[in-house]
Design a binder for this molecule. Sequence first.
Ligand code: ADP
Ligand code: MG
Length: 486
Amino acid sequence: MLTKELLNKYTPVVGLEVHAQLLTNSKMYCTDQNQYGSLPNTNIGVITLGHPGTLPMVNRKAIEYGIKMGLACGCAISRHNYFARKNYFYPDLPKGYQISQDKTPLCMDGSVDIMLKDGSQHSIRLTRIHLEEDAGKSIHLDHEKDTLVDFNRAGVPLIEVVTEPDIRSSEQAYALLTEIRKLVRYLAICDGNMEEGSLRCDANISVMPKGSDTFGNKVEVKNMNSIRNVQRAIEFEIERQIMLVEKGETIVSETRTFDAIAGVTHSMRTKEDLNDYRYFPEPDIAPLHINEEWINQIKAEMPSLPQQLFRQFTQEFGLPTYDAQVLTDTKEIALYFEEMCKNTSNYKAASNWMMGPIKSYLNELTLHIKDFPLSPKQITKVIAIIDEGKMSFSAAAQKLFPELINNPQMQPIELAKQLNLLQESDLGMILPLIEEVLEQYPDKVAEYKSGRKNLIGLFMGEVMKKSRGKADPKATSKLLKEKLEA
Ligand code: ADP
Ligand code: MG
């Protein structure tokens, strides 16, 4: 571990390259199925395998998904797209090249906004988002001395999101990747599952003396299978580089791999033996022109995005930042909450229900919100009962809520009646009880009148007891004060 002083002498610089597998039915350049988990080598036609004489064609849906991501990040969409061959040899690359985009990425510029735990906001600029195809997978089994190859993944559509070197800490990188995962999930273009490899991230990392504006040599780290591991790899790399620079050594530009168990990076290859990809225009695919009409159509179909919902929840609904963050964490939670807010204007109560009883219930049973038996409308009916003073929140959360889950078709008010949970705010019922209590404690009443105002708690408690917990506390306290101060 380096000292804080030493860490503070340097500014880390990080840029991310994020690959996301697109949730299309078929592959990027042919009709083979794009399906994770199929038996090995079952989704492999002649185009996937790169047989001579076969012709690739562009998957329209993949382009649409790429445009969606670009629009979500405020990118400029390229009207004239040319595909390019990226040549390299690898056993899992059947054609000996990937069809990618080089000079004309589908999306350019744009940015992704992040918010850190301390509330600070940062805008990370994107360089580009381009489309390409995935490679196959080499498989090394314990009992096999040969390497096996599964080509099912070959040709699966990918977008690659490349950021500018705008990231200045591992925490920012963590927040950015979380935001990108949220975006692809909201857009439903990728499942965002880093463990299964449908979302992958390479981190480019360098350090420079604080105050400098000349970036240091960068190191690229690969093979991180969770967002947390991306953060850990960046932290390790920053310290390793600072240590080298302090010793007067220069950083070699190289590709390193992250070992998640040891928490360290190892050198894979240096820049010198990096491939020269010999990019050239793909002769088998005609240039792809994207017109205004298509872009407008995609724009019209864009779902609400997390940042928009965050703004709506904080500005329009007046919710605290924390609530809005939790509520926009996943699209399904946000949509459920939005639906509740169509039926109640007590947004804070809706948020409390979502973040309290509903989340606890889901967590306890490890359920997803889509499996939650109660509709948003049912919950807002419960909120209305509480707001009318007929039931306390705690009675609703602890008694009515679990019963309602078992009887999701019942009207909450009927069930509350059945369970005898409704409070009396009916003055005709409370008033006699108050009078009884005040007659019972003449001394305390005198003390109250001479200034011991906190005796109100005693009177409240007695009235509640007599009503067997059914008197509405708000109405009771109001009426009590009126009586005592009369
Ligand atoms: P390369 O030529 O190695 O592909 P690029 O300039 O295309 O490098 O950048 C690749 C990624 O590395 C981008 O995400 C970019 O932001 C990031 N990057 C570039 N220079 C640096 C640097 N000095 N330190 C950290 N990241 C960098
Ligand atoms: Mg590059």
